[in-house]
Write a protein that binds this ligand. Structure first.
Ligand code: ATP
Length: 319
């Protein structure tokens, strides 16, 4: 199968050892490696696909720990660089009683934000069949220019471009700036996945009805997806649209569910792009992606709970 290259931030989430408390009340924190693009890379690899992560870490113990996690999980780390002067990004995450998350970031600036165009492994980018990215790498220079250059190089080399904006509002100077910048690269992508919350934020409308989602549609897109948590997902192509239900699981922590969904989706599309034109194939693929997302919610943390293909098929079979 072709290579998937996932571009962006990798960091450590510090998660309270008990749920439903504020950061100040937390008795202690667990290290949970994350960063959506890194989670996607590991999700692809765990499902048996070929994936590389492209991004920058601090030349510190945390950075080296994260690079080792990529390798141990079968992700190519040839695109990882290290910044001698800046730290690996950290985020403190509170898990609210309802399982949703709130973030407090330590990035002043962190190594991921300092990736430059010159540091990009262009050879790796040009070998990508699918190039995947988010929006956090768009927030500040020099990483922003590196991100735009990487997208351009991937597109020129014929890769499919996949975009999951992964809105983290506290990282942006304002909500208006977040909306504008996230949408500024909308027309370049072939595949875009948003969550229900992101759909509402980007359209300014409190609804996930088809006519609202269609405002995010562009003729340049091959596939637009809206994930709906336990309800599954909706899909839109130029020829058809619909929704696919997820599987009933006992939700513990939703961290990484969207990344598992994307990893599953891209891992299948890189094997067989015809699902982008064939609704029956696409629906089967989305059942698999939903199962992968569902499984990821059943354990704490993103990376430990990302499923293998066998686990996903088992959930699908037992439904
Ligand atoms: P993240 O929490 O990683 O930011 P997200 O908001 O991008 O995730 P979600 O919509 O929460 O994405 O989840 C992605 C997919 O995972 C959903 O489309 C669904 O298929 C599956 N999923 C998530 N939560 C559940 C759940 N409680 N039960 C069943 N499936 C779920």
């Amino acid at each position: 199968a072709g290579l998937i290259v996932s571009f962006g931030e990798m960091l450590i989430d510090f998660v309270p050892t008990v749920s439903g408390v504020s950061l100040a009340e937390a008795p202690g924190f667990l290290k949970a490696p994350g960063g959506a693009p890194a989670n996607v890379a590991i999700a692809v690899a765990r499902l048996g696909g070929r994936c590389a992560f492209l991004g920058k870490l601090g030349d510190d113990e945390f950075g080296r720990m994260l690079a080792a996690i990529l390798k141990d999980n079968g992700v190519d780390d040839a695109g990882v660089s290290f910044d001698a002067g800046a730290r690996t990004a950290l985020a403190f995450v509170t898990l609210r009683a309802d399982g949703e998350r709130e973030f407090m970031f330590y990035r002043n600036p962190s190594a991921d934000m300092l990736l430059t165009e010159a540091e990009l492994n262009l050879d790796l980018i040009r070998r990508a069949a699918i190039f995947h990215y988010g929006s956090i790498s768009l927030i500040t220079e020099p990483c922003r220019s590196a991100h735009l250059k990487a997208m351009e190089a991937a597109k020129e080399a014929g890769a499919l471009l996949s975009y999951d904006p992964n809105l983290r509002l506290p990282l942006w100077p304002s909500a208006a700036e977040a909306r504008e910048q996230i949408l500024s690269i909308w027309d370049q992508a072939d595949i875009i996945k948003v969550s229900d919350v992101e759909l509402e934020f980007l359209t300014g409308t409190e609804s996930v009805e088809d006519e609202v989602a269609m405002r995010l549609w562009r003729p340049s897109l091959k596939l637009l997806l809206v994930t709906l948590g336990e309800k599954g997902c909706k899909y839109y192509t130029k020829d058809f649209h619909g929704s696919v239900k997820s599987y009933a699981v006992k939700q513990v922590d939703t961290t990484g569910a969207g990344d598992a969904f994307v990893g599953a989706l891209l891992g299948k599309i890189v094997e067989d792009q015809s699902a982008l034109q064939d609704e029956k194939k696409l629906r089967e693929l989305l059942r698999f992606a939903n199962a992968c997302g569902a499984i990821t919610t059943t354990k704490k943390g993103a990376i430990p709970s990302l499923p293998t293909a066998a686990e996903a098929m088992q959930l699908m079979g037992s439904a």
